[in-house]
Design a protein. Structure first.
Length: 258
C-alpha cells in the first residue's frame, strides 16, 4: 500500500513526489539527477493538455449521446459511440505511454548486467513480426555486440525505433537495418530506415515528449522517441538523428564490463 509523502520535503522535491504518489507509483525520484523545473513544467503542461483533450472528447460525445437518447433521436448514436471508443483507446494509450516514460526515467544503473544486443534484436523481430509482415518490411542486423545495461529497457529501445520506422514509412517497402560500430569505450548503435525521414531542423525536436511532426495524421502518442532518449541517457549514452536517405537514429551504449 502506498503512503502519501511526508510534508517536510523541500518544495520542488515535494511537488514531484506528490505527482508520482498521485499517479500510484509510490516512488520518489532522486531530484538531484532529474530534469530542471522548466523541463518538468513543460512536460506536465503538455501531458495535461493531451489528457484533457481526450477526456473532453469522450465527455462531449457521451453528453450528445445522452441527449439523443432522451429525445429518441438515436440515428447518430452509432457514430458517437464509435468516437467515444476511439477517444478511450487514445487516452488509454497515452496513459500507458506516460507510464512507460516514467519507467524509462527510473532505470537504475546499479542493476545493469551483460546484455547481448543480438539476442535483443532477435526478440524484437519476433515481437513486431506481424507488423513487419503486414508492411512487407525487412529488418536486418548482424554482429551486434554485448553491452552493459537493462535488457528489458534495451529491448523496448530497439522496439520503439523499429516501430517508429514502420509507422513513418514511405511508399516503398520498409527496410530497417541495425548496425554497431566500436568507438573505444562505447558502442555506437545505428537504426536506419528508408522512409521519408525528417528535415534537418527537426532532428532534435523529434525526441521531445508529445512531439508529432505529422500532427494527427499518424496514430501514436508522440512519446516513443522520448522514451528511447530516456532509456539511452539512463544508460549513460547519447542519442541523435541524422537526416539521410530515410531516418538514421544513432545512440551510444557502454561496453560490456569484463
Amino acid at each position: 500500500m502506498f503512503r502519501r509523502p511526508e510534508r517536510d520535503l523541500s518544495g520542488r522535491r515535494l511537488f514531484y513526489t506528490e505527482v508520482l504518489w498521485l499517479t500510484g507509483t509510490g516512488y520518489s525520484r532522486n531530484m538531484s539527477t532529474g530534469p530542471d523545473t522548466q523541463e518538468w513544467c513543460a512536460f506536465l503542461f503538455r501531458a495535461c493538455h493531451d489528457l484533457r483533450t481526450q477526456v473532453r472528447g469522450i465527455r462531449t460525445n457521451v453528453e450528445m449521446l445522452m441527449h439523443a437518447r432522451a429525445g429518441a433521436e438515436e440515428a447518430g448514436s452509432e457514430k458517437q459511440l464509435s468516437q467515444i471508443q476511439r477517444g478511450a483507446v487514445r487516452l488509454d494509450n497515452l496513459v500507458d505511454g506516460l507510464a512507460r516514460y516514467a519507467v524509462a526515467l527510473e532505470t537504475d544503473p546499479a542493476e545493469f548486467q551483460r546484455v547481448d544486443l543480438g539476442f535483443v534484436a532477435r526478440s524484437v523481430r519476433a515481437r513486431v513480426g506481424k507488423d513487419l509482415q503486414a508492411a512487407s518490411a525487412e529488418l536486418s542486423f548482424r554482429d551486434l555486440p554485448s553491452v552493459t545495461g537493462n535488457a528489458d529497457r534495451l529491448m523496448e529501445l530497439l522496439e520503439v525505433l523499429v516501430r517508429n520506422a514502420l509507422v513513418h514509412r514511405g511508399a516503398d517497402a520498409p527496410k530497417i537495418r541495425i548496425s554497431a560500430e566500436d568507438r573505444g569505450g562505447e558502442w555506437e548503435i545505428t537504426v536506419q530506415d528508408n522512409g521519408p525521414g525528417v528535415a534537418e531542423h527537426f532532428v532534435e525536436s523529434i525526441f521531445r515528449p508529445f512531439e508529432k511532426l505529422d500532427g494527427k495524421t499518424k496514430e501514436g502518442t508522440g512519446l516513443g522517441l522520448a522514451i528511447a532518449k530516456a532509456i539511452v541517457e539512463r544508460h549513460g549514452g547519447r542519442i541523435w538523428a541524422e537526416p539521410v536517405d530515410g531516418l538514421k537514429v544513432v545512440f551510444t551504449l557502454p561496453k560490456e564490463k569484463i
